[in-house]
Design a protein around this ligand. Sequence first.
Ligand SMILES: [Zn+2]
Ligand SMILES: [Zn+2]
Length: 360
Amino acid sequence: MQTIRHSEQTLKTALISKTPALVSQYESLDAGERRLMNEAFQPNSALFEPITLHSESDWITSHPEAPQDFEQFFNDPKRKTPSPEKSSIYIQSIGSLGNTRIISEEYIKWLKGYCEAFFYGLTVKLLEPIPVSATRCSFRVNAHTQNLQIHTGDILTFLKRKKPENAFCVVGITMIDLYPRDSWNFVFGQASLTDGVGIFSFARYGSDFYSSRYEGKVKKLEKSSSSEYSVFDNYYIPEITSVFLLRSCKTLTHEIGHIFGMRHCQWLSCLMQGSNHLEEADRRPPNLCPICLRKLQCAIGFNIVERYKALLRWIDDEPSNKPGVTPKHSREGNVNLPKRVEAFKEWKEWIMKCLAVLQK
Ligand SMILES: [Zn+2]
Ligand SMILES: [Zn+2]
Protein backbone atom coordinates (compact mmCIF):
# COMPACT_ATOMS: atom_id res chain seq x y z
CA MET A 1 0.00 0.00 0.00
CA GLN A 2 1.27 3.45 -0.95
CA THR A 3 0.38 6.72 0.79
CA ILE A 4 0.23 10.03 -1.07
CA ARG A 5 1.39 12.49 1.55
CA HIS A 6 1.58 16.17 0.54
CA SER A 7 3.55 18.72 2.54
CA GLU A 8 1.73 21.08 4.90
CA GLN A 9 2.61 23.97 2.59
CA THR A 10 1.23 22.22 -0.51
CA LEU A 11 -2.07 21.48 1.21
CA LYS A 12 -2.30 24.97 2.65
CA THR A 13 -1.78 26.55 -0.78
CA ALA A 14 -4.25 24.13 -2.39
CA LEU A 15 -6.85 25.19 0.17
CA ILE A 16 -6.20 28.89 0.72
CA SER A 17 -4.16 29.83 -2.41
CA LYS A 18 -1.55 32.61 -2.55
CA THR A 19 -3.67 35.12 -4.46
CA PRO A 20 -4.47 38.02 -2.08
CA ALA A 21 -8.16 38.21 -3.07
CA LEU A 22 -8.66 34.50 -2.36
CA VAL A 23 -6.67 34.67 0.87
CA SER A 24 -8.86 37.49 2.16
CA GLN A 25 -11.97 35.62 0.99
CA TYR A 26 -10.75 32.70 3.11
CA GLU A 27 -10.06 34.97 6.07
CA SER A 28 -13.57 36.36 5.91
CA LEU A 29 -15.02 32.91 6.59
CA ASP A 30 -16.39 32.15 10.03
CA ALA A 31 -13.62 31.30 12.56
CA GLY A 32 -15.05 27.82 13.20
CA GLU A 33 -15.19 27.08 9.47
CA ARG A 34 -11.54 28.09 9.10
CA ARG A 35 -10.62 25.97 12.13
CA LEU A 36 -12.22 22.96 10.46
CA MET A 37 -10.73 23.59 7.02
CA ASN A 38 -7.26 24.23 8.48
CA GLU A 39 -7.34 20.59 9.59
CA ALA A 40 -6.40 19.88 5.95
CA PHE A 41 -2.77 20.74 6.67
CA GLN A 42 -2.48 19.62 10.30
CA PRO A 43 -0.21 16.59 10.38
CA ASN A 44 -1.99 13.70 12.13
CA SER A 45 -5.41 15.32 11.78
CA ALA A 46 -8.10 13.10 13.25
CA LEU A 47 -10.50 14.25 10.53
CA PHE A 48 -8.62 14.18 7.22
CA GLU A 49 -6.22 11.49 6.12
CA PRO A 50 -3.88 11.15 3.16
CA ILE A 51 -4.98 9.16 0.11
CA THR A 52 -3.80 5.57 0.07
CA LEU A 53 -3.22 3.48 -3.05
CA HIS A 54 -3.90 -0.20 -2.75
CA SER A 55 -3.27 -1.55 -6.24
CA GLU A 56 -2.10 -0.76 -9.76
CA SER A 57 -5.72 -0.64 -10.87
CA ASP A 58 -6.54 2.23 -8.49
CA TRP A 59 -7.73 5.41 -10.19
CA ILE A 60 -4.73 7.70 -9.66
CA THR A 61 -2.28 5.09 -10.99
CA SER A 62 -4.35 4.15 -14.01
CA HIS A 63 -5.77 7.61 -14.92
CA PRO A 64 -3.11 10.29 -14.40
CA GLU A 65 -4.89 13.67 -14.26
CA ALA A 66 -3.82 17.22 -13.40
CA PRO A 67 -4.80 18.09 -9.81
CA GLN A 68 -7.23 20.96 -9.21
CA ASP A 69 -6.70 23.24 -6.21
CA PHE A 70 -9.22 25.81 -4.94
CA GLU A 71 -7.79 28.60 -7.06
CA GLN A 72 -7.95 26.57 -10.28
CA PHE A 73 -11.54 25.67 -9.48
CA PHE A 74 -12.39 29.29 -8.71
CA ASN A 75 -10.85 30.55 -11.97
CA ASP A 76 -12.20 27.81 -14.25
CA PRO A 77 -14.07 29.77 -16.96
CA LYS A 78 -16.11 26.72 -17.98
CA ARG A 79 -17.40 26.02 -14.50
CA LYS A 80 -21.19 26.21 -14.04
CA THR A 81 -22.59 27.71 -10.83
CA PRO A 82 -26.21 27.60 -9.67
CA SER A 83 -27.99 30.95 -9.91
CA PRO A 84 -31.31 32.09 -8.39
CA GLU A 85 -32.95 31.26 -11.76
CA LYS A 86 -31.23 27.87 -12.04
CA SER A 87 -30.97 26.52 -8.53
CA SER A 88 -32.69 23.13 -8.65
CA ILE A 89 -31.17 19.70 -8.99
CA TYR A 90 -33.62 17.34 -10.70
CA ILE A 91 -33.50 13.57 -10.33
CA GLN A 92 -35.09 11.42 -13.03
CA SER A 93 -35.48 7.73 -12.29
CA ILE A 94 -35.41 5.48 -15.35
CA GLY A 95 -37.00 2.05 -15.01
CA SER A 96 -37.99 0.59 -11.64
CA LEU A 97 -35.63 1.24 -8.76
CA GLY A 98 -37.11 -1.24 -6.31
CA ASN A 99 -39.00 -4.50 -6.42
CA THR A 100 -42.19 -2.80 -5.31
CA ARG A 101 -43.64 0.61 -5.99
CA ILE A 102 -43.26 1.55 -2.32
CA ILE A 103 -39.57 0.62 -2.22
CA SER A 104 -38.94 2.62 -5.43
CA GLU A 105 -40.77 5.65 -4.07
CA GLU A 106 -39.11 5.60 -0.66
CA TYR A 107 -35.63 4.96 -2.03
CA ILE A 108 -35.74 7.90 -4.40
CA LYS A 109 -37.03 10.11 -1.60
CA TRP A 110 -34.04 9.04 0.55
CA LEU A 111 -31.68 9.98 -2.28
CA LYS A 112 -33.45 13.30 -2.75
CA GLY A 113 -33.20 14.09 0.98
CA TYR A 114 -29.55 13.14 1.06
CA CYS A 115 -28.70 15.36 -1.93
CA GLU A 116 -30.66 18.21 -0.39
CA ALA A 117 -28.55 17.99 2.78
CA PHE A 118 -25.28 17.46 0.90
CA PHE A 119 -25.87 20.37 -1.51
CA TYR A 120 -27.37 22.39 1.31
CA GLY A 121 -29.22 25.46 0.09
CA LEU A 122 -30.28 24.03 -3.26
CA THR A 123 -33.64 22.44 -3.95
CA VAL A 124 -33.75 18.85 -5.16
CA LYS A 125 -36.80 17.85 -7.15
CA LEU A 126 -37.99 14.51 -8.46
CA LEU A 127 -39.21 14.19 -12.02
CA GLU A 128 -42.03 11.73 -12.62
CA PRO A 129 -40.43 8.23 -12.91
CA ILE A 130 -40.35 6.84 -16.45
CA PRO A 131 -39.89 3.40 -17.97
CA VAL A 132 -36.79 2.68 -20.09
CA SER A 133 -38.97 2.71 -23.23
CA ALA A 134 -39.79 6.43 -22.74
CA THR A 135 -36.16 7.34 -23.46
CA ARG A 136 -36.10 5.40 -26.79
CA CYS A 137 -32.49 4.48 -25.94
CA SER A 138 -30.49 1.69 -27.59
CA PHE A 139 -29.78 -1.32 -25.40
CA ARG A 140 -27.93 -4.61 -25.51
CA VAL A 141 -26.96 -7.70 -23.57
CA ASN A 142 -23.35 -7.53 -22.31
CA ALA A 143 -21.42 -10.37 -23.96
CA HIS A 144 -19.38 -11.13 -20.82
CA THR A 145 -21.72 -10.53 -17.91
CA GLN A 146 -24.94 -11.26 -19.83
CA ASN A 147 -26.91 -8.46 -18.19
CA LEU A 148 -29.02 -5.81 -19.91
CA GLN A 149 -27.35 -2.47 -20.60
CA ILE A 150 -28.66 0.85 -21.89
CA HIS A 151 -26.75 3.40 -23.95
CA THR A 152 -25.57 6.46 -21.97
CA GLY A 153 -25.40 8.90 -24.92
CA ASP A 154 -29.05 8.27 -25.83
CA ILE A 155 -30.12 8.83 -22.22
CA LEU A 156 -28.12 12.07 -21.96
CA THR A 157 -29.76 13.35 -25.16
CA PHE A 158 -33.16 12.50 -23.68
CA LEU A 159 -32.38 14.24 -20.37
CA LYS A 160 -31.08 17.33 -22.11
CA ARG A 161 -34.37 17.65 -24.00
CA LYS A 162 -36.32 17.25 -20.76
CA LYS A 163 -34.21 19.62 -18.66
CA PRO A 164 -36.54 22.14 -16.94
CA GLU A 165 -35.89 25.86 -17.33
CA ASN A 166 -34.96 26.35 -13.65
CA ALA A 167 -32.67 23.31 -13.48
CA PHE A 168 -29.04 23.62 -12.48
CA CYS A 169 -28.73 20.00 -13.56
CA VAL A 170 -30.76 16.87 -14.25
CA VAL A 171 -29.37 13.52 -13.16
CA GLY A 172 -30.83 10.25 -14.29
CA ILE A 173 -30.57 7.22 -12.06
CA THR A 174 -31.27 3.65 -13.00
CA MET A 175 -30.80 0.08 -11.83
CA ILE A 176 -29.97 -0.99 -15.40
CA ASP A 177 -26.27 -1.23 -16.23
CA LEU A 178 -24.83 1.28 -18.75
CA TYR A 179 -22.52 1.26 -21.77
CA PRO A 180 -21.13 4.36 -23.52
CA ARG A 181 -20.22 2.71 -26.84
CA ASP A 182 -20.18 -0.72 -28.41
CA SER A 183 -16.50 -1.37 -27.71
CA TRP A 184 -16.82 -0.65 -23.98
CA ASN A 185 -17.70 -3.27 -21.40
CA PHE A 186 -19.69 -0.93 -19.12
CA VAL A 187 -19.60 2.40 -17.34
CA PHE A 188 -20.91 3.38 -13.86
CA GLY A 189 -22.09 6.73 -15.19
CA GLN A 190 -21.51 9.56 -17.60
CA ALA A 191 -22.17 13.30 -17.43
CA SER A 192 -22.05 16.27 -19.74
CA LEU A 193 -20.83 19.22 -17.71
CA THR A 194 -21.64 21.77 -20.41
CA ASP A 195 -25.25 20.54 -20.64
CA GLY A 196 -25.65 19.92 -16.88
CA VAL A 197 -26.96 16.38 -17.35
CA GLY A 198 -25.75 13.02 -16.05
CA ILE A 199 -26.82 9.38 -15.89
CA PHE A 200 -25.69 6.95 -13.18
CA SER A 201 -26.41 3.30 -12.68
CA PHE A 202 -26.38 1.44 -9.40
CA ALA A 203 -26.75 -1.98 -11.09
CA ARG A 204 -23.31 -3.13 -10.00
CA TYR A 205 -23.74 -2.02 -6.38
CA GLY A 206 -25.85 -5.00 -5.35
CA SER A 207 -24.11 -7.67 -3.30
CA ASP A 208 -24.60 -10.28 -6.02
CA PHE A 209 -23.67 -8.59 -9.31
CA TYR A 210 -20.27 -10.22 -9.53
CA SER A 211 -21.44 -13.59 -8.18
CA SER A 212 -22.39 -16.65 -10.20
CA ARG A 213 -25.92 -16.57 -8.80
CA TYR A 214 -26.58 -13.08 -10.23
CA GLU A 215 -30.17 -13.16 -11.48
CA GLY A 216 -29.89 -10.35 -14.01
CA LYS A 217 -28.42 -12.62 -16.70
CA VAL A 218 -30.37 -12.72 -19.95
CA LYS A 219 -29.96 -15.76 -22.18
CA LYS A 220 -30.19 -14.05 -25.54
CA LEU A 221 -31.90 -11.03 -27.00
CA GLU A 222 -34.06 -12.12 -29.93
CA LYS A 223 -32.75 -10.28 -33.01
CA SER A 224 -36.20 -9.26 -34.14
CA SER A 225 -36.96 -7.79 -30.75
CA SER A 226 -33.91 -5.55 -30.41
CA SER A 227 -36.19 -2.53 -30.15
CA GLU A 228 -38.61 -4.35 -27.91
CA TYR A 229 -38.48 -2.69 -24.50
CA SER A 230 -40.58 -5.36 -22.84
CA VAL A 231 -37.34 -7.11 -21.78
CA PHE A 232 -37.11 -4.43 -19.10
CA ASP A 233 -40.48 -5.40 -17.59
CA ASN A 234 -39.84 -7.22 -14.33
CA TYR A 235 -36.12 -7.22 -15.01
CA TYR A 236 -33.90 -8.02 -12.03
CA ILE A 237 -33.39 -5.23 -9.46
CA PRO A 238 -30.86 -5.52 -6.63
CA GLU A 239 -32.08 -5.31 -3.05
CA ILE A 240 -31.70 -1.86 -1.46
CA THR A 241 -29.68 -2.65 1.64
CA SER A 242 -28.03 -0.08 3.90
CA VAL A 243 -24.67 -0.56 2.13
CA PHE A 244 -26.44 -0.15 -1.21
CA LEU A 245 -28.01 3.11 0.00
CA LEU A 246 -24.63 4.41 1.16
CA ARG A 247 -23.00 3.48 -2.16
CA SER A 248 -25.72 5.18 -4.16
CA CYS A 249 -25.67 8.35 -2.00
CA LYS A 250 -21.89 8.55 -2.44
CA THR A 251 -22.03 8.02 -6.20
CA LEU A 252 -24.78 10.54 -6.72
CA THR A 253 -23.04 13.27 -4.71
CA HIS A 254 -19.64 12.54 -6.30
CA GLU A 255 -21.13 12.78 -9.78
CA ILE A 256 -23.19 15.90 -9.09
CA GLY A 257 -19.95 17.34 -7.61
CA HIS A 258 -18.41 17.00 -11.09
CA ILE A 259 -21.30 18.99 -12.56
CA PHE A 260 -20.28 21.83 -10.19
CA GLY A 261 -16.85 21.72 -11.83
CA MET A 262 -15.03 19.77 -9.12
CA ARG A 263 -12.36 17.52 -10.60
CA HIS A 264 -11.01 14.35 -9.04
CA CYS A 265 -9.38 15.08 -5.71
CA GLN A 266 -5.73 14.23 -5.30
CA TRP A 267 -5.14 16.04 -2.00
CA LEU A 268 -6.65 14.01 0.79
CA SER A 269 -8.98 11.09 1.32
CA CYS A 270 -12.19 12.51 -0.13
CA LEU A 271 -15.51 11.74 -1.82
CA MET A 272 -14.18 13.40 -4.97
CA GLN A 273 -11.35 10.89 -5.42
CA GLY A 274 -11.68 8.97 -8.66
CA SER A 275 -12.55 5.30 -8.41
CA ASN A 276 -11.91 2.59 -10.90
CA HIS A 277 -13.68 -0.32 -9.25
CA LEU A 278 -16.17 -1.06 -6.49
CA GLU A 279 -13.61 -1.79 -3.78
CA GLU A 280 -11.98 1.60 -4.40
CA ALA A 281 -15.38 3.36 -4.42
CA ASP A 282 -16.14 1.75 -1.05
CA ARG A 283 -12.82 2.93 0.35
CA ARG A 284 -13.58 6.52 -0.63
CA PRO A 285 -15.24 8.37 2.28
CA PRO A 286 -18.67 10.05 1.99
CA ASN A 287 -17.18 13.41 3.06
CA LEU A 288 -15.38 16.12 1.13
CA CYS A 289 -11.86 17.12 2.15
CA PRO A 290 -11.50 20.82 3.12
CA ILE A 291 -10.25 21.78 -0.35
CA CYS A 292 -13.31 20.29 -2.06
CA LEU A 293 -15.57 21.56 0.74
CA ARG A 294 -14.36 25.12 0.10
CA LYS A 295 -15.07 24.64 -3.62
CA LEU A 296 -18.63 23.50 -2.96
CA GLN A 297 -19.23 26.19 -0.36
CA CYS A 298 -17.99 28.81 -2.81
CA ALA A 299 -20.42 27.49 -5.47
CA ILE A 300 -23.47 27.24 -3.20
CA GLY A 301 -22.76 29.58 -0.27
CA PHE A 302 -23.98 27.36 2.59
CA ASN A 303 -23.08 27.61 6.27
CA ILE A 304 -20.99 24.51 7.06
CA VAL A 305 -22.56 23.91 10.49
CA GLU A 306 -26.06 24.06 9.00
CA ARG A 307 -25.04 21.65 6.25
CA TYR A 308 -23.61 19.08 8.65
CA LYS A 309 -26.67 19.37 10.87
CA ALA A 310 -28.88 18.71 7.84
CA LEU A 311 -26.84 15.58 7.03
CA LEU A 312 -27.22 14.39 10.64
CA ARG A 313 -30.98 14.96 10.49
CA TRP A 314 -31.12 12.87 7.33
CA ILE A 315 -29.14 10.04 8.93
CA ASP A 316 -31.29 10.23 12.06
CA ASP A 317 -34.36 10.26 9.83
CA GLU A 318 -35.77 13.43 11.33
CA PRO A 319 -38.11 15.55 9.22
CA SER A 320 -36.32 18.49 7.64
CA ASN A 321 -36.95 21.70 9.57
CA LYS A 322 -36.61 23.97 6.63
CA PRO A 323 -38.96 26.93 6.89
CA GLY A 324 -42.18 26.36 5.02
CA VAL A 325 -41.93 22.57 5.02
CA THR A 326 -44.46 20.99 7.32
CA PRO A 327 -44.14 17.28 7.99
CA LYS A 328 -46.87 15.26 6.34
CA HIS A 329 -49.26 13.64 8.75
CA SER A 330 -51.38 11.74 6.33
CA ARG A 331 -49.42 8.94 4.75
CA GLU A 332 -52.05 8.40 2.06
CA GLY A 333 -52.27 4.78 3.01
CA ASN A 334 -48.60 4.13 2.29
CA VAL A 335 -46.53 2.17 4.72
CA ASN A 336 -43.41 4.19 5.46
CA LEU A 337 -40.34 2.02 5.15
CA PRO A 338 -37.69 2.69 7.76
CA LYS A 339 -34.56 4.16 6.18
CA ARG A 340 -31.66 1.70 6.22
CA VAL A 341 -28.87 3.76 7.75
CA GLU A 342 -26.71 1.20 9.60
CA ALA A 343 -23.90 1.75 7.08
CA PHE A 344 -23.92 5.51 7.81
CA LYS A 345 -22.80 5.09 11.44
CA GLU A 346 -19.15 6.04 10.84
CA TRP A 347 -20.18 8.98 8.66
CA LYS A 348 -22.43 10.23 11.47
CA GLU A 349 -19.64 9.97 14.06
CA TRP A 350 -17.28 11.83 11.74
CA ILE A 351 -19.80 14.66 11.23
CA MET A 352 -20.21 14.97 15.00
CA LYS A 353 -16.44 15.36 15.38
CA CYS A 354 -16.48 18.11 12.74
CA LEU A 355 -19.32 19.90 14.50
CA ALA A 356 -17.28 19.82 17.72
CA VAL A 357 -14.38 21.54 15.90
CA LEU A 358 -16.71 24.02 14.20
CA GLN A 359 -18.50 25.00 17.40
CA LYS A 360 -15.57 24.97 19.83
ZN1 LIG B 1 -15.54 11.02 -10.79
ZN1 LIG C 1 -11.10 16.59 -1.92
